[in-house]
Design a protein around this ligand. Sequence first.
Ligand code: SAH
Length: 254
Amino acid sequence: MSGRLFVIGLGPGDARLVTPEAQAALDLCTDLFGYGPYVDRVPQRSGRTAHASDNREEVGRARAALALAAEGRVAGVVSGGDPGVFAMASAVFEAIEAGPPEWLALEVTVVPGISAMLAAAARIGAPLGHDFAVVSLSDNLKPWPLVLQRLGAAAGAGFALALYNPVSRARPWQLGTALDHLRNLLPAETPVVFATAITRPDERLEIMTLGDADPARADMRTLVLIGTHETRRIGRGEGLRDWLYAPRAARASA
Ligand code: SAH
């Protein structure tokens, strides 16, 4: 079996943030699989077939890519950001584990990408410069009480938070409920950032506090950053966006 499978991270949107390694892997692929908008980000070229699919068909998409790789083709599965962060790499390994034994012999390469939290943090300063936790607010693949439990544990332990999947058309209330939960645990002046469509033409960044964060201002392209009582805000005056950063040293919490 000579087939190969690449699981490729395309970064947050800007083509300059597709790594050279990701570009080299894309160039090798005969077939590309992924959620439509991600596949559309890769310029078409002759000799490569695009197999775009719906957002919820992750394991089916992974199986289709693996089946083609097993036939000797070079299949690529693309994700936005990093493929290992709430994305296709896990679906590929789930499919391999449950699949036919010959898939175990395939050459599988996961090509990392710049995840949304890193791109968003870079825009605003260094809000993830010390310990932080990453939580998806989607309850499609885990029960909602577990989301709240993890948020509470992480906030209670003093971690800054990066929240993925804050809202979608099918999940309109989760972010508001999550923010209310955090308001019970953290000071109202805790900095909050809504970073939307980072590195894309319609990028939007809003710095707020936990007390006044309005969930209606987030959409499915938003990454939410929640600071800690130690997060510093450097005010820069009229017309200039403030910087947020986590100091290099953290103290024991009270
Ligand atoms: N694998 C991706 C995450 C996929 S989950 C990564 O590593 O970035 C989809 C969620 O990622 C979105 O709901 C949003 O919370 C976040 N996201 C993806 N791209 C983004 C961008 N350009 N700006 C802000 N958030 C983004």
